[in-house]
Ligand binder design. Structure first.
Ligand code: GDP
Ligand code: MN
Length: 384
């Protein structure tokens, strides 16, 4: 789960990382009031979960509260589009922060490196909005240091890494101390990534986190209940966000065949067979065990929110889930959600006879096996 910049900065500040003062709001008048409180010289920043806000026009500097408020008014409710996120995201809140003078911009992050199965620290003296360029064309300008899971980070190795990254001498002590705090926050929050870009050096030699991105391992969210409330809005895709609100395990995949199954294995098998049949799955969706009519209907609705869906493949094996319940749910959903695309269902297991009776006479095309079902839906939906 990605945290917003303001949430990330709050978290880091609790571990002693210096961050500029500021406040978040969804109200332009309040934005102006915050700017006034901060003395007028502020930066107004769109709180959307995407990179490149600066280049997308979502970050602007002001020297008076009135202009800051006017910009907040313009920004809130607007869709922000960036190179990293061409569909864009609606700005619901802005952060109004104290504007700092920046002499140099560095990059620093702590993240999980799955290849070496360790967390690493990444440091670069070439921070700022062009860090992707740096990573691509001058990877040597980014120093990586693995954190030993048993020993942690040694001071000596951290000092060496900071020096190797060409962080100027006057900022090195602060950088070392900041990274230690970042690692503490990273571990305490069960984060997958903590990134500060830019880590700003002011002309009078102070190091501050001018931006912050934290991403928390979803599997640990039960230990971080304070973030659960905003976890649905942190989904980057609006359909995923809605599924999240409904408590449905849904992942958007971008293809044209909607998939619904019970049990992750069955869903993945369906996805594989759809690919084998020459199409791409639109989503992953696991209805879960013991799914009742309501739940099934809700799941179908979520799948159909994706306008790319040209056909729906249902693959249910009734164990705990009674197939007749699923069948009723599917029919109700197709009716209420006005599903007009072809639907193929492979159902098997508990109460299958009752289930098949319910589906007989409907527009749902039955399939005896998963492979047959996948072939049929691809043919019916796409004519392949
Ligand atoms: P991002 O583009 O989404 O990563 O948003 P950032 O928060 O990193 O802002 C983009 C750029 O705006 C930064 O790289 C800075 O150059 C600039 N910026 C952000 N906050 C400040 C500030 O307080 N003072 C100054 N001078 N520049 C800032
Ligand atoms: Mn940034």
């Amino acid at each position: 789960m990605k945290l917003h910049e303001y949430q990330s900065k709050d978290l880091l500040a609790r571990y002693g990382v210096p961050v500029p003062g500021g406040d978040v709001t969804s109200d332009p008048d309040e934005a102006r009031a915050i700017a006034e409180r901060l003395g007028g010289k502020v930066v107004v920043k769109a709180q959307v979960l995407m990179g490149g806000r600066g280049k997308a026009g979502g970050v602007k500097l002001f020297d008076n509260a009135a202009d800051a408020g006017a910009f907040a008014k313009e920004l809130i409710g607007k869709r922000l589009v960036s190179i990293q996120n061409p569909t864009g995201m609606i700005v619901e809140r802005v952060l109004v922060a104290e504007q700092i003078d920046i002499a140099k911009e560095f990059y620093v992050a702590v993240l999980l490196d799955r290849n070496i199965q360790k967390s690493i620290v990444m440091i670069s003296a070439e921070g700022g909005v062009e860090i992707e360029e740096v990573a691509e064309h001058h990877p040597e300008a980014i120093v990586k240091l693995a954190i030993d899971p048993a020993w942690g980070l040694g001071d000596y190795e951290l000092r060496k890494a900071v020096a190797d990254a060409n962080i100027p001498k006057e900022a090195r002590n602060q950088m070392v101390s900041m990274i230690k705090k970042l690692v503490q926050a990273y571990e305490a929050a069960d984060a997958e990534m903590v990134e500060i870009n830019p880590c700003a050096l002011t002309p009078d030699g102070k190091l501050l986190a001018a931006d912050a991105k934290v991403s928390i391992d979803d599997n640990s969210l039960f230990r971080h209940k304070e973030y659960m409330a905003t976890s649905s809005e942190s989904a980057e895709d609006p359909i995923e966000a809605e599924a999240n609100r409904r408590g449905i395990a849904y992942v958007k995949l971008g293809g044209e065949i909607g998939v619904m199954g019970n049990g992750a294995g069955l869903v993945m098998q369906s996805m594989d067979e759809i690919r084998a049949a020459g199409a791409a799955p639109a989503n992953f969706l696991d209805v879960g065990g013991g799914a009742k009519e309501d739940r099934v209907r809700s799941c179908v609705e979520v799948i159909m929110m994706d306008p790319n869906v040209k056909g729906l493949f249902i693959n249910i094996f009734g164990g705990i889930t009674r197939v007749d319940e699923v069948a009723k749910g599917v029919l109700a959903a197709l009716d209420q959600a006005h599903v007009t695309v072809p639907v193929v269902a492979r159902i098997e297991g508990t109460a299958v006879e009752e289930g098949r009776k319910i589906l007989a006479g409907s527009s749902i095309v039955p399939a005896a096996t998963v492979r047959e079902g996948a072939k049929k839906i691809v043919e019916l939906a796409l004519g392949r």
